[in-house]
Ligand binder design. Sequence first.
Ligand SMILES: *[C@@H]1O[C@H](CO)[C@@H](O)[C@H](O)[C@H]1NC(C)=O
Ligand SMILES: *[C@@H]1O[C@H](CO)[C@@H](O)[C@H](O)[C@H]1NC(C)=O
Ligand SMILES: *[C@@H]1O[C@H](CO)[C@@H](O)[C@H](O)[C@H]1NC(C)=O
Ligand SMILES: *[C@@H]1O[C@H](CO)[C@@H](O)[C@H](O)[C@H]1NC(C)=O
Ligand SMILES: *[C@@H]1O[C@H](CO)[C@@H](O)[C@H](O)[C@H]1NC(C)=O
Ligand SMILES: *[C@@H]1O[C@H](CO)[C@@H](O)[C@H](O)[C@H]1NC(C)=O
Length: 481
Amino acid sequence: MGLLKVVAFSLSLLLFVAVVTGIGVNWGTQASHPLPPSTVVRMLVDNGFQKVKLFDADSSILNALSKSGLQVMVGIPNDMLSALANSVQAAENWVATNVSSHISSNSVDIRYVAVGNEPFLETYNGSYIGLTLPALQNIQAALIKAGLSTQVKVTVPLNADVYQSSTNIPSDGDFRSNTKDTMLQIVEFLSNNGAPFTVNIYPFISLYEQPSFPVEFAFFDGSSTPVNDGGKVYTNVFDANHDTLVWALQKNGYGNMSIIVGEIGWPTDGDKNANLNYSQRFNQGFMSRIKDGKGTPLIPVAMDAYLFSLIDEDAKSIQPGNFERHWGLFTFDGQPKYQLSLGTTHSNGLIAAKGVQYLSQKWCVMTPSASLDDPQVVPSVSYACANADCTSLGYGTSCGNLDAQQNISYAFNDYYQLQNQLDTACRFPNISTVVTQNPSVGTCKFGIMIKTDSASLQSAAPRKPAGLMLLLMSAFLYSIM
Ligand SMILES: *[C@@H]1O[C@H](CO)[C@@H](O)[C@H](O)[C@H]1NC(C)=O
Ligand SMILES: *[C@@H]1O[C@H](CO)[C@@H](O)[C@H](O)[C@H]1NC(C)=O
Ligand SMILES: *[C@@H]1O[C@H](CO)[C@@H](O)[C@H](O)[C@H]1NC(C)=O
Ligand SMILES: *[C@@H]1O[C@H](CO)[C@@H](O)[C@H](O)[C@H]1NC(C)=O
Ligand SMILES: *[C@@H]1O[C@H](CO)[C@@H](O)[C@H](O)[C@H]1NC(C)=O
Ligand SMILES: *[C@@H]1O[C@H](CO)[C@@H](O)[C@H](O)[C@H]1NC(C)=O
């Protein structure tokens, strides 16, 4: 691509100045003990979030968002795509129940419908590739019929591996060949309907999947060697990835299209690179950009983005990795994990959930006199970890430095709390006991469960990995080393 063309392209992008204000956040609900929706909505408002993205259209959540002032993206789970792709009536029913009624009788400010969630992830073996566009078309038709198509736009949150760059620099970006035809049809449809392209971008995953990935290139304030792409200078993988998409769109005639960053964030536990420091550094770097209204080298204007995520979800599938349950800015009980300035309130940090109710100050631990060699230990720990959450144990995690006894106690306690401190949940034969002194050790917190109205113990359907895979990024690695 000649320099002139690059300059012309950049200029054309500058003309497209989207006025986007505020920051959004993803609110997922795959938790054993979710906070009440009203508590979460209060938290969203207290923290100055302007937008919230949901993964479905749960009516109790939408009711709580009524008159909150928050702009809402509702979601259609992938397992509904088939029904909606195959029936206009099903799409009309979905829109009537999950959009129209909430807007008209409930004053919920719904702005987007996310049709599917990363439906082209390779883990789905292509099952949704043929269903996404028809579902999108039917939902759009239903929105038009309901008279809502101006105010509510459709979109599809896509994983970043639907595009790539063979030479690893953004200007060589294009859609990946195996889904390119479908992607272009979707992009054309979105464009014709004035709808945005939504992409989830995860620098953490680049680092997780590619241990030799240059850590500093993951951060906005990193000190890694910049990549110069025809005068555009890339100091971090987010910018490079985002602009690879911009080039892919431009090359196919959609340089004008607006882009939403549907998910962006960094987990705090479950992996050696998932810690509070890195998470704070990444999220604060991103938020500083948002506050300054700065975009990427190619689109240097305010970005429309949703942080991932609001609260930890202890019932998510850990198929992508143990970090998957630790993406929250807040812990499961709505406590901020670290200071983060969103620039939205007078406070310099995050504001905790209010009125959270906890169970008693009781923990289940391994009986001090019990032997590590007791034959009950291994099956008991296996049982506890299989049913509760041991993702904070293991190398480089918040509880990675526990000794064997503390390790066992952690597993027992997590199970006990998950079971709402039921007496019978701390009866690992002869080796467990309930204590009233907090057994937490350093960074390793032994939790106490919150009270919920309907503490449901059924495990939620696993949501598939969030934004898996940036092949491009591993490629970057080689180009800069
Ligand atoms: C509305 O959304 C909910 C939650 O995602 C879903 O269970 C329900 O089936 C939807 N309603 C219709 C009529 O499709
Ligand atoms: C995808 O294919 C693999 C291997 O054939 C299989 O194990 C897996 O269950 C499939 N996943 C889905 C979502 O169909
Ligand atoms: C670019 O977007 C503007 C408004 O968003 C629209 O009027 C114009 O037609 C678009 N241009 C192209 C080439 O798509
Ligand atoms: C986080 O950073 C602080 C100060 O830079 C350092 O003292 C601390 O050890 C770091 N913690 C982790 C878990 O890396
Ligand atoms: C603690 O538990 C984790 C996960 O079960 C295990 O990987 C680790 O080796 C254990 N540590 C000790 C000291 O037993
Ligand atoms: C528990 O301890 C008692 C007494 O030490 C012993 O008789 C019993 O067999 C133990 N039970 C189990 C399940 O290990």
